[in-house]
Design a protein around this ligand. Structure first.
Ligand code: DUC
Ligand code: ZN
Ligand code: ZN
Length: 487
């Protein structure tokens, strides 16, 4: 006889990336042990009645920044305690933030530092991407291969920001390591020299307000770098993911690459669906709250992003939660009052609002199917970063990470109701038709629709497998043979 279930979630309208079905979910030792029409009750088993509500896999937020060390006086508002609490209350049960290498720092030390920040403090499960800002021979030949082996199987590279950017030669070298060792590379694609040039011109004319942030990074800046990243990845013949795609011009490049048969993935974020350049132009300094890179664009670009979510162009939808307070010298005001736009810390908070925004405005507004919602918010990220099928789906053997959705009554976003430590949300006052009524992490309720019930240290570190999707699909390219890149 099997042991009784620890928990049965009854009467669930379950959605996975592939299917919709009605069933009971039996949970044993934190994992889904059975999916069936009607599971037998037992006195030893807790029960939750989903009452026919939608139940989706716990979200996998595969791009967020928590407690990432910054140049003083800038400090992130969320650490692993507050950031993962906020994630849980918004239906996310796995986060993948970044262990960022500072120039001159060993990757091993960056990773150890990040574990010190997260371990024993996170209330949802977590893995790490690496950020490589200093690809020395030791990093490329020893540290990265060793870290990939240990479960850090994805890294981000920047084509802009003085303290992070890699030149094209360095990008190629890093892509080559990813190919050799089976890692997934995420690319921040903006042309750094173009941004510097435009910024200098704007500042020389006294155009320092937050709205000029958008004008310093117009679409061609993103389009050019996206195309270049795709071309460099084609030379090395390795899959890449373009992160935080903001609009039509970058989307065109990705469609072009897909049309050529290249293995290029794309990510977008709530700020490109729900904010525009008008939010950067709010009166006074308020636009600083929406300063992020690439910047939000216009309504036509928002529509292109919706189209890309609906037609499969985008693999993942992540928050890019980058939590800086607004009214704080360690945040958007940067030690002064109202600094010029290049000095405003880049990023918007959104780890808690990511899933409900897409459920309400995507699924309930008939722009996306429920299965697409699941794929974009959970399943694809788990696949892309080597966490599937433990995470990202509702299946026997998977972790019992579940979200039970409340729909059918309006929910107004108010920062005072959110659980991050940031002093604003860019979505204040927006009315939604959905909010997580319950979030379960490995069978434990961490959000009951009103209260956070998780605990510091309740989240565990997840080493990632080498992602299936990072496997190159070798293509016969003569230049690769001539350059000795393959036999
Ligand atoms: N890139 C990110 O991915 N997050 C915040 C800022 C940035 O430029
Ligand atoms: Zn970025
Ligand atoms: Zn980011």
């Amino acid at each position: 006889m099997d042991k009784p279930f620890d928990l049965i979630v009854r009467n669930a309208h379950v959605a996975t990336a592939a299917d919709l079905f009605h069933c009971d979910i039996g949970v044993r030792e934190g994992r889904i042990a059975a999916l069936a029409d009607r599971l037998p009750p037992s006195p030893a088993t807790r029960e939750i009645d989903a009452a026919g509500r939608f139940v989706t896999p716990g979200g996998v937020d595969s791009h967020c920044h928590l407690d990432q060390p910054m140049q003083p006086p800038v400090r992130m508002a969320d650490d692993f305690v507050t950031g993962t609490r906020s994630a849980a209350c918004g239906g996310t049960t796995t986060v993948i933030p970044f262990a960022a290498q500072q120039r001159g720092q060993r990757m091993f030390d960056a990773v150890a530092d990040y574990h010190r920040r997260a371990d024993g403090r996170a209330s949802v499960d977590y893995a790490f991407h690496l950020i490589v800002s200093d690809p020395t021979p030791a990093v490329l030949r020893q540290e990265l291969p060793a870290l990939i082996e240990k479960g850090y199987t994805s890294f981000k590279l920047y084509m802009t920001y003085e303290d992070m950017k890699l030149d094209d030669r360095q990008v190629l070298e890093l892509l080559e390591v990813a190919r050799e060792h089976g890692a997934m590379v995420m690319v921040h694609a903006e042309n750094t020299d173009a941004i510097a040039f435009l910024t200098e011109r704007l500042l020389a004319q006294g155009k320092t307000a937050p709205r000029y942030h958008g004008l310093s990074r117009p679409s061609p800046v993103e389009r050019e770098a996206t195309h270049r990243a795709i071309s460099l990845a084609e030379l090395i013949d390795v899959p890449i993911l373009i992160v935080h795609v903001s609009g039509a011009e970058a989307v065109e490049q990705i469609r072009w690459a897909r049309g050529k048969g290249l293995n290029v993935h794309a990510e977008t974020c709530p700020q490109y669906l729900f904010l525009t350049q008008d939010d950067l132009a709010l009166p006074g300094f308020l636009g600083a709250r929406c300063v992020c890179s690439p910047p939000p664009r216009d309504a036509a670009n928002q529509q292109v992003i919706w189209d890309g979510l609906a037609d499969g162009l985008f693999t993942v939808y992540s928050s890019d939660h980058a939590p800086y307070n607004y009214d704080d010298p360690a945040g958007k005001h940067l030690g002064a009052r109202e600094p010029a736009f290049p000095d405003v810390p880049n990023g918007v908070p959104g780890i808690e609002t990511r899933m409900p925004l897409l459920f309400s405005e995507g699924v309930l507004a008939d722009r996306l199917t429920l299965q697409q919602f699941v794929a974009l918010t959970a399943t694809n990220a788990a696949r892309l970063y080597g966490l599937y099928p433990r995470k990202g789906t509702i299946a026997v053997g998977s972790d019992a990470d579940l979200v039970v959705w409340n729909t059918g009554r309006p929910y107004t976003i108010r920062n005072r109701d959110l659980h991050h430590a940031v002093d604003y949300t860019p979505y204040e006052g927006r009315q939604l038709q959905a909010w997580p009524g319950m979030t379960l992490l490995r069978g434990e309720v961490v959000w009951d629709g009103e209260r956070f019930l998780g605990r510091e240290g309740g989240g565990t570190f997840l080493p990632c497998a080498r992602p299936e999707m990072a496997r190159p699909r070798p293509r016969a390219q003569s230049w690769r043979r001539w350059a000795g890149l393959e036999a």
